[in-house]
Design a binder for this molecule. Structure first.
Ligand SMILES: [Cu+2]
Length: 418
């Protein structure tokens, strides 16, 4: 048997969404065995089954792909070969060539790859060269976004009058900057991550119309403030369809809402979350009231790994460059929701100890107490508010005191003037 040395180019870490990123090709020599391995793969439920294919190094791989899904799918390999777009129950044969290392595959339909349609081919005796997060270390979360940048307004307006709140939320894919020079195609409610803030009082009724403007992915909403059977109340909506969710806010607090479609990690990591504020009945007046949603972004990386960027209100370090404002002597209230999907928040305001801490529906500290607090500690999907009086003019940084997360962009500042 004549064994030929075949050069197999293995493309590693193709990052689709980052302008600065690109594939980093490596080449490996592998001896072709002259043998062909044939593997059957089925596309269904936004997954390839199996999603990992092991091949003896040097074997030629042929994939027989069957689309058992109601949606159209294909299979593209980082090394070049691709199938045609397959309708329901259609079949295609893909010659993947001689396999000498790890090869990434995915569906090229919009957002299918991000929702989990990936296939990994691995050579059983070959070295692994795949790295899906090549560029993550290059993100500078403290980079100045420049004079044209406008920060998201963190001011929390009072609850609207009336006891029935009707809101329309649109599930939309939008490409947005999440840090200076870093953009990502996000899945959003109304075009931003986090989505709009909803506010009301205990006993108010919320009627939310969800319009799914996505081309090919279902979405839904889970309102943590609702006390209803999830299987019906948190139903998902097909692309192009709409539904009306209705719930009564029975208890006060700052509540998360997020997409209820699976895989949930993907939908939340891609931006589908927001805050519902239900005022405690005894909530007193303050001079300034702000709301910050802490969350992580992963670019095209693995959302169970290390975040590329951490933010308050969807953009790394935005309030460092466009500080929240206050006047000396002001009582400032800051609501914080940790939308996650994975990281805790240790919210700290430098130079202004809290005299009020309200966490998950209860006051833990009031101004008449002798003690003070330095951190509002929030697990993912929990929230609260803190209050402090700004003693002097100056700049008061805030951050999650989990320092690595702060350095990824979960920081900002309050600028106090005389
Ligand atoms: Cu969704």
């Amino acid at each position: 048997v004549g064994l030929a040395a075949v050069l197999v180019a293995v493309l590693a870490g193709v990052i689709a969404d980052r302008a600065t990123a690109g594939p980093s090709p490596t080449a490996q020599a592998v001896r072709a065995t002259g043998h062909t391995t044939t593997v059957e793969v089925t596309a269904s439920g936004m997954r390839y089954r199996p999603d990992h294919v092991m091949v003896p190094a040097g074997d030629r791989l042929v994939i027989v792909l069957t689309n058992a899904d109601s949606r159209r799918h294909d299979l593209v390999l980082a090394t070049g070969p691709r199938t045609a777009l397959l309708g329901t129950d259609e079949k295609a044969e893909l010659d993947a060539g001689v396999i000498g290392g790890t090869v990434a595959g995915w569906c090229s339909q919009p957002m299918h790859r991000q929702s989990g349609m990936t296939l990994t081919i691995m050579a059983t005796a070959g070295p692994s060269t795949m790295d899906a997060s090549t560029m993550d270390s290059a993100v500078d979360a403290m980079r100045d976004p420049g004079p044209a940048f406008t920060a998201r307004d963190a001011t929390l307006p009072p609850a609207p009058t009336g006891t029935v709140h009707q809101i329309t939320l649109r599930a939309q894919d939008v490409k947005r900057d999440i840090a200076a020079g870093v953009s990502q195609t996000l899945w959003t409610f109304n075009g931003t991550a986090p989505g709009p803030v909803l506010r009301g009082r205990v006993g108010d009724v919320f009627e939310i119309t969800l319009i799914n403007e996505d081309d090919d992915i279902e979405h839904g909403i889970d309102f943590h403030a609702e006390a209803l059977a999830p299987d019906k109340a948190m139903r998902t909506v097909e692309p192009g369809q709409r539904t009306v969710y209705r719930f009564t806010a029975t208890r006060a607090g700052i509540w998360m809402y997020h997409c209820s479609a699976m895989p949930m990690l993907q939908h939340i990591a891609n931006g589908m979350y927001g805050a519902v504020v239900i005022d405690p009945p005894d909530l007193g007046p303050v001079d300034r009231e702000y709301l910050l949603v802490q969350s992580e972004f992963y670019g095209s990386g693995d959302p169970s790994g290390t975040p590329t960027v951490m933010t308050f209100n969807g953009y790394a370090s935005q309030y460092t460059f466009r500080p929240l404002t206050a006047r000396t002597g002001d009582r400032v209230r800051i609501w914080v929701l940790d939308a996650g999907p994975n990281r805790w928040s240790a919210f700290h305001l430098v130079g202004a100890p809290f005299d009020t801490v309200y966490q998950e529906g209860a006051y833990r500290l009031r101004p008449t107490d002798p003690g003070g607090a330095q951190v509002l500690d929030l697990a993912p999907a929990s929230g609260g508010f803190v209050e402090a009086v700004i003693a002097q003019p100056g700049t008061y940084p805030f951050l999650t005191h989990a320092m690595a997360d702060a350095d990824r962009g979960a920081r900002g500042a309050i600028q106090a003037t005389g």
